[in-house]
Structures are given as structure tokens and as C-alpha cells.
Design a protein around this ligand. Structure first.
Ligand code: NAD
Length: 281
């Protein structure tokens, strides 16, 4: 059992949870993720580790309440516990002395970049962070990123904070002005695809963290199949980060749609049950 120590709403429908998980905290490296199960009958879901404190033995998970399991996770209170958390899983982000690195985060995907920023910082890289969201409320952990980066650029689709427009506009400006050695992007598929298309003609090494459907996270079930460089790869054990210029984003998007109807049905049933318990007639 993994005790929830703290829970905080960081944006509408987005929660951050600090969880007691000493083994995972001690072995965590930037880019790793966990697979959790709320209770014995629970669905297994992957979540990237947004932060870890090896001394305190805690990890921080950020999640958007978009499906039955994340909605249920959001109802858990500090003091209660999560049944299983397997991890740290996946390959760590390759952290070298690159020079100028650009981290691009879209929406909730941004928090995933925080451990990568910390690790690049330790290697004395120059790091520019570009964080984009639809509107200012949805920009997460801006202050944390500011504290550790050389430069943070915020973009919002509606112009309510930072530059008006998409992250790719800001990225193009940075690449035009400076010799960027690596771009790491995490966020919605169409954003990662747009980043890949943008950096390719500049010949800049670009990594994206993929988020396919995942079940057990150790390479046995094959649910997380992705196509990279024309070959089938398992995101859980061979990723989750891959060369963005080799990823087939259409296959990834199609596979994510595969269980959409079942996911919606499950969410409807969960909300109905929750309402039966809580709504006064
Ligand atoms: P969103 O749709 O609101 O987009 C966030 C930002 O991404 C936008 O403001 C924009 O700047 C950029 N963007 C979106 N579409 C773009 C395009 N076509 N071209 C260029 N830029 C574009 O995002 P959201 O609703 O917050 O969703 C976050 C996504 O992050 C989810 O899809 C989630 O699955 C994903 N995510 C991924 C990981 C991971 O590890 N890969 C982790 C957490 C979340």
C-alpha cells in the first residue's frame, strides 16, 4: 500500500499527489513512469513521475481527471492509500552535456518535463522551457520551471498569459535565434507531431515521450505497441521516449482511440454510481 501524503489541485481538473514510495523515489530517474492500481479490481494506468525526493522517500504524480480511474484517484484523500504502484518503469531520458536544450510542454504533459529539467541542470546545460496551454489557468508549475531554467516562455492559445499562440511558434523563434542541440517535447499527440515536423528541417535531435494505452508496463502484454522507424516497439520497455522524427503519430493516435467508447461508458457508469451515493434526490 502506498500512502497519499498530500493532494493539491494545480489547475482545473488537474491534481498533484505526493505519495510515500521510498523504493521508487530512491531509484527514480528523469523520464521514468509508474503503473498504478487504485484497488484490487482497479484498472492499471501509467503516470509519469513528475518529481521525486529520495531523502523523504516520496514521489509526486500529476494527473488530469479525464477517465474513470483518474476521476476515482482524484477522490482519494491524504491519509488513504493506493493499492499498487509499480516502478520506476521505462528508460531514463539520456542526460548529457548537450549545450542549449529546449523542453516543450503542452498542457498537463508539461509536468513530466520537470525531472528532465532538474537532470539537465545538474549537467550544466543551458535550458529553455516552453510551456503551452489553452488558457492561463491550465499552465502548471510555471514557478517551479522558472526557478531552474535559463529561460521560460509561456504560450496560451487565447493569449491570457505569455505569448498568444501555440508552443511551436515560440519554439521556431528560439531555434532561429540560437543553436539548439536537443528538443524534448511532451504533450498531446498533435503537439508532439507538430514539434517533430518543425525541428526536422533544422536537423535537431528531438525526443518525444509517448503515452499509448499501457496495461502491465513490463513488455508482456503488448498493449503499448507503437511504430517507430517502421518497426513495432513497446513504449513501456523500449520507451517511453523515442526519436520524434521516426515516430508514426497516426498509428499512435488511432490506437489511443481504440477503447474510446468503452472509456466513455465506464466514466458514465462511475459518475452515475457516484451520484447515487452523493446526490440528494
Ligand atoms: P491541449 O490540447 O490543451 O494542448 C496544450 C498545448 O499544446 C496547446 O496550448 C498548444 O500550445 C500545444 N498544441 C496543441 N495542439 C498543437 C498543434 N497541433 N500544434 C502545435 N502545438 C499544439 O493539451 P491538454 O488537453 O492539456 O492535454 C495534454 C496532453 O498531454 C494529453 O493528451 C495527455 O495525454 C498528454 N500527456 C502526455 C504525457 C506523456 O508522458 N507523454 C504525460 C502527461 C500528459
Amino acid at each position: 500500500m502506498y500512502k497519499i501524503l498530500k493532494k493539491e489541485t494545480v489547475a482545473p481538473q488537474v491534481e498533484a499527489m505526493i505519495i510515500d514510495a521510498p523504493y521508487i523515489a530512491r531509484h527514480h530517474q528523469a523520464g521514468n513512469f509508474v503503473v498504478l492500481r487504485i484497488d484490487e479490481k482497479g484498472e492499471r494506468i501509467p503516470l509519469t513521475i513528475a518529481d521525486a525526493d529520495s531523502e523523504k522517500g516520496t514521489i509526486t504524480l500529476l494527473f488530469q481527471k479525464i477517465g474513470k480511474t483518474t476521476e476515482k484517484l482524484g477522490t482519494l484523500k491524504p491519509g488513504t492509500a493506493i493499492r499498487d504502484i509499480a516502478g520506476p518503469l521505462g528508460h531514463a531520458t539520456p542526460i548529457l552535456q548537450y549545450g542549449h536544450c529546449v523542453l516543450v510542454g503542452g498542457g498537463i504533459g508539461s509536468a513530466t518535463l520537470y525531472p528532465i529539467l532538474k537532470a539537465l541542470n545538474k549537467k550544466n546545460n543551458r535550458v529553455t522551457v516552453i510551456l503551452g496551454a489553452r488558457t492561463s489557468d491550465l499552465l502548471v508549475w510555471g514557478d517551479r520551471f522558472k526557478a531552474l531554467s535559463d529561460e521560460v516562455l509561456f504560450t496560451t492559445d487565447d493569449g491570457s498569459s505569455g505569448l498568444k499562440g501555440l508552443v511551436t511558434g515560440a519554439l521556431k523563434d528560439v531555434m532561429d535565434k540560437s543553436e539548439v542541440k536537443i528538443v524534448i517535447a511532451v504533450g498531446p499527440i498533435r503537439m508532439m507531431q507538430a514539434v517533430a515536423e518543425l525541428t526536422k528541417p533544422y536537423n535537431i535531435k528531438t525526443l518525444v515521450s509517448l503515452n499509448p494505452v499501457m496495461v502491465e508496463g513490463t513488455g508482456m502484454c503488448g498493449a503499448c505497441r507503437v511504430t517507430v522507424g517502421g518497426k513495432t516497439r513497446f513504449a513501456c520497455i523500449e520507451g517511453p521516449e523515442f526519436d520524434a522524427h521516426e515516430v508514426d503519430f497516426h498509428v499512435l493516435a488511432d490506437r489511443l482511440e481504440f477503447y474510446r467508447e468503452e472509456e466513455q461508458e465506464s466514466m458514465k457508469l462511475f459518475k452515475k454510481k457516484k451520484c447515487k451515493r452523493n446526490c440528494k434526490k
